[in-house]
Design a protein around this ligand. Structure first.
Ligand code: 8YV
Length: 343
């Protein structure tokens, strides 16, 4: 049925140059060039985020939209884009898009899975090691001119080896993190909607917990790798956060909405947990003040996939989805489920 709808709505009858594409942000030059060679593209040369009214105005004649995580594509935007056939999201998570309305309006949605997995997993490790060894504090002592020489009790971090690492969400990124953890010698626990096959658990050396509340109090480090859906909103709620060990480090490179940011900030500020490495926030780009005032945190501006390679691969994936669709084929990364279920 999906394929029939797809064929009906495909752009196959249109000449490539007549197909209008709107790219909401500035993408790598190579990607923009390839799109321009084939289609009629509206670029955003300034890279400034389009305001809601600007987006609504620009989208009215558009056939294909390429949005990013910084754009909220809600029901009203989708409904006002009468000629829209495809939303080719430049990114993995699709929580910024109203999938239900897109489905109702017969607009196909695609994303860019796989290509940012490894870079995101690298950032998770970076955060864990930097926090546990207090790297930022240590550097501050040098830059702030407070270092008067080595001392046995200066900037004492915590050893990672032997600790317990809890992964919440064992999709692509969760697994890429687990693979890297072997080298650190930690015990791996995980929680996921579905348990992995026993063989895969063995390879990853990961122990499954169906009950998140039983896993959390046993972890020294917790890293989130589930998508943001109505089911995962505040998965780490105020109540659950109280289950964290006193030395626990929380890492979030997934979506800010999965943690009750106010509650986490309060625990960090009062030093009731070990620390946090956050690359995403509940109301980006706003950040809870108490987080900014906590000294056991690393706060990053959503850079988990920010490598040149990743951005180009994401762009190529967007092009692949568009090209397939424009030639009447099913795009490889079509979102079939209304609540996106993979990371
Ligand atoms: C991307 C991300 O950079 O892909 C995702 O879901 O969160 C980011 O790492 C962003 O989505 C680009 O739109």
């Amino acid at each position: 049925m999906l394929i029939n709808k797809l064929k009906n709505k495909s752009l196959i009858k249109m000449k490539r140059n007549d197909i209008i594409i709107l790219i909401t942000r500035k993408l790598p030059e190579k990607i923009e060039k390839k799109l321009k060679e084939n289609f009629n593209v509206i670029f955003n040369k300034t890279d400034k985020r389009l305001s809601y009214p600007e987006l609504k105005k620009k989208i009215s004649n558009v056939n294909i939209l390429i949005p990013c995580v910084s754009d909220t594509i809600d029901a009203s935007i989708i409904k006002s884009a009468k000629k829209l056939k495809l939303i080719a999201n430049f990114g993995n998570g699709v929580d910024n898009l109203d999938l239900v309305t897109a489905r109702e309006e017969n607009v196909i949605v695609t994303n860019t899975p796989d290509v940012l997995t490894e870079d995101t997993a690298d950032l998770v490790l970076t955060l864990v090691l930097m926090i546990s060894r207090k790297v930022v504090d240590a550097q501050k002592r040098i830059i702030g001119g407070q270092w008067s020489g080595w001392g046995p009790s200066e900037t004492l971090g915590e050893r990672i080896r032997g600790k317990t690492f809890g992964i919440i969400g064992m999709g692509r990124i969760g697994k890429a993190v687990a693979k890297r953890l072997d080298i650190l010698g930690v015990k791996i626990f995980y929680h996921n909607r579905n348990r992995l096959k026993i063989n895969e658990e063995k390879i990853l050396k990961a122990k499954y917990f169906e009950n998140l509340d039983l896993m959390i109090p046993q972890c020294d480090i917790i890293s989130l790798h589930c998508p943001y859906t109505p089911d995962t909103f505040h998965l780490l709620s105020k109540k659950r956060l109280k289950l964290l060990k006193k030395n626990c480090i929380v890492i979030n490179t997934s979506r800010g909405e999965i943690i009750d940011e106010q509650a986490l900030a309060s625990l960090l500020f009062k030093k009731k947990i070990g620390g946090a490495g956050l690359d995403v926030f509940e109301h980006e780009p706003q950040i809870t003040q108490k987080l900014l005032e906590s000294d056991n945190v690393i706060l990053l501006p959503h850079i988990s996939s920010a490598t040149i390679e990743s951005r180009i691969d994401m762009g190529e994936r967007v092009i692949k989805n568009i090209m397939s669709y424009a030639s009447g084929k099913t795009p490889p990364d079509i979102i079939k489920k209304l609540h996106y279920e993979q990371t």
